[in-house]
Design a protein around this ligand. Structure first.
Ligand SMILES: *Cc1c(COP(=O)(O)O)cnc(C)c1O
Length: 499
């Protein structure tokens, strides 16, 4: 729900005092109402600046996948481009050209069979890119069904229950039945056989995640593709794959060049990534690329003016900042293949080393070791320990570290983990400091009589791993009876927490 007017403790209605006290008016301003008059820019700046001082330290935020550091030159370019609107292709043709270059660089990086025929666009992030990827799948499916004279009113999409929340939103907003494959035993992401099991003639696509939000593991895209090839041979049902490479599509090409997850697999129709994750740009840019024009139905594409001609666009927003796109191009130019490889390798080395050290501390067991994404998840080994992962998260928070703890989804809701995301700027040094702090808090936690925190109290810190609102694994779920993500089905606990 949108942020509510927080009136708790009677504080909400009060004015905001300006501190330090300036010797100029005003001395207070309303907190939730537009001030009646103007104030000096210096005063306004100080108020905003002071308010933001209490935000967490971005560099100690091990919860997020999103960039918290960028080179000063990138910041300079972004400031220079603050006025540029990405949609004004005609007014800012050079910015439009840089966007196009980025799309083609990514199409090549992801092995599009003919990169000149690949199509793509920048977005606000992977969420918007996922919506576009999903919409293209849905439209293609509808065209195919209509051409065959078959009904096209019951689309479904198949994915692991570990998908990021954007896919649940896609299914809900665009009325596609989500079919989630649950976790089982030690399988914490989508399995090939399990995915095919849920597919039928109404499946618009399978989403395979390169780099699961829950534990950083890569889903077996090639195996899923093979299983879907087999399904087509057996039944004629042809289901394309969209790869959600929010993180992994900017990691695997540099560190796992032989891993076949991209357009080398003919079944992969489209790929998204977050430019602001391992693309190393500050928040606000994502990318969607389709293998060729046939994967992106022409009737989804709108046209805007471009130097007297017209330029195809596919986006949810109209206006959007151009600065992030420029910063992406800067990074591509600045780092090149070797530079990205070095940054990502450093992250992975740090993650693998830190994970292994945490694994040998004693009380923790690793679920993943940082060898796919530079991300790993670990749990408290002993089920009867006097502390749980939520206690560990809280204890680390006292030292300034933001390490989320959360419960896994169906069918592993018995499992609660902590997750560390290693990003550019999280050095071996910082990793050692985190390890020292972890080492320091463990004896105190072990001396507790019982766990002090629980999942519900910490639900606000799940960071993209909130439980799904829709039922999991229901193959024959009736869309008309159970609208995708229908409000009536949303569980209270799933909605808890100020997200
Ligand atoms: C972060 C993430 C998203 C959402 O990306 P945004 O860029 O934050 O919108 C989607 N999928 C996966 C796998 C992610 O890690």
């Amino acid at each position: 729900m949108p942020p509510r007017h927080p009136r708790r403790d009677g504080r909400g209605g009060h004015d905001l005092e300006i501190n330090p006290i300036f010797s100029r008016e005003p001395l207070t301003v309303p907190r939730y109402a537009l001030p009646a008059g103007e104030m000096e820019p210096g005063t306004a700046y100080q108020i905003v600046h002071d308010e933001l001082m209490l935000d967490g330290n971005a560099r100690l935020n091990l919860a997020t996948f999103v960039s918290t550091w960028a080179e000063p030159e990138s910041g300079t370019l972004m400031a220079e481009c603050a006025a540029k609107n990405m949609i004004d292709k005609d007014e800012y043709p050079r910015t439009a050209e840089l966007e196009l270059r980025c799309v083609h660089m990514l199409a090549r990086l992801w092995h599009a069979p003919d990169p000149r025929r690949a199509v793509g666009c920048s977005t606000t992030g992977s969420s918007e890119a996922a919506m576009l990827g999903g919409l293209a799948l849905k439209r293609r499916w509808r065209h195919r069904r209509r051409a065959a004279g078959e009904p096209a009113d019951r689309p479904n999409i198949v994915m692991g229950v570990n998908v990021q929340i954007c896919w649940e939103k896609f299914a809900d907003y665009f009325e596609v039945e989500p079919r989630y494959v649950p976790m089982e035993g030690d399988r914490f992401h989508l399995g090939a056989a399990e995915a095919v099991e849920l597919c039928d003639e109404n499946t618009i696509g399978v989403v395979a995640v390169l780099g699961s939000t829950f534990d950083g593991s890569y889903e077996p895209v090639a195996e899923i593709a093979e299983a879907l090839d087999d399904l087509e041979r057996r039944t004629g049902v042809d289901v394309p794959i969209h790869v959600d490479g929010a993180s992994g599509a900017m990691v695997a090409p540099f560190l796992d060049p032989d891993l076949r997850w991209d357009f080398r697999l003919p079944r992969v129709a489209s790929v998204n990534t977050s430019g602001h994750k391992y693309g190393l740009v500050m928040p606000g840019v994502g990318w969607a690329v389709w293998r060729d024009e046939s994967a992106l139905p022409e009737d989804l594409v709108f046209r805007v003016n471009y130097l007297g001609g017209d330029m195809p666009t596919f986006a949810l927003n109209f206006s959007r900042p151009g600065a992030q796109v420029v910063a992406q191009y800067y990074n591509f130019l600045r780092l090149g293949f070797a530079g990205y490889q070095r940054v990502q390798r450093t992250c992975r080395d740090t993650a693998v080393r830190l994970a292994s050290a945490i694994g040998t501390l004693g009380p923790f067991a690793l679920l993943t070791d940082g060898a796919d994404l530079p991300v790993f998840a670990f749990r408290v080994k002993d089920g009867d320990a006097p502390f749980n992962v939520f206690d560990v998260s809280a204890a680390l928070r006292e030292r300034g570290w933001l390490v989320p703890a959360y419960t896994f989804p169906a069918n592993r809701t018995d499992l609660a983990v902590l997750r560390v995301v290693v990003r550019n700027g999280f050095s071996h040094d910082l990793a050692d400091m985190l390890l020292d702090d972890l080492r320091r808090v463990v004896p105190r936690l072990e001396a507790q009589r019982e766990p002090q925190h629980d999942a519900a109290a910490d639900a606000g810190f799940a960071h993209g791993t909130e439980p799904k609102r829709t039922p999991v694994g229901g193959k024959k779920q009736d869309v008309s009876e159970a609208p995708a993500g229908g409000r009536g089905r949303s569980s209270r606990s799933a909605r808890a927490g100020p997200r």
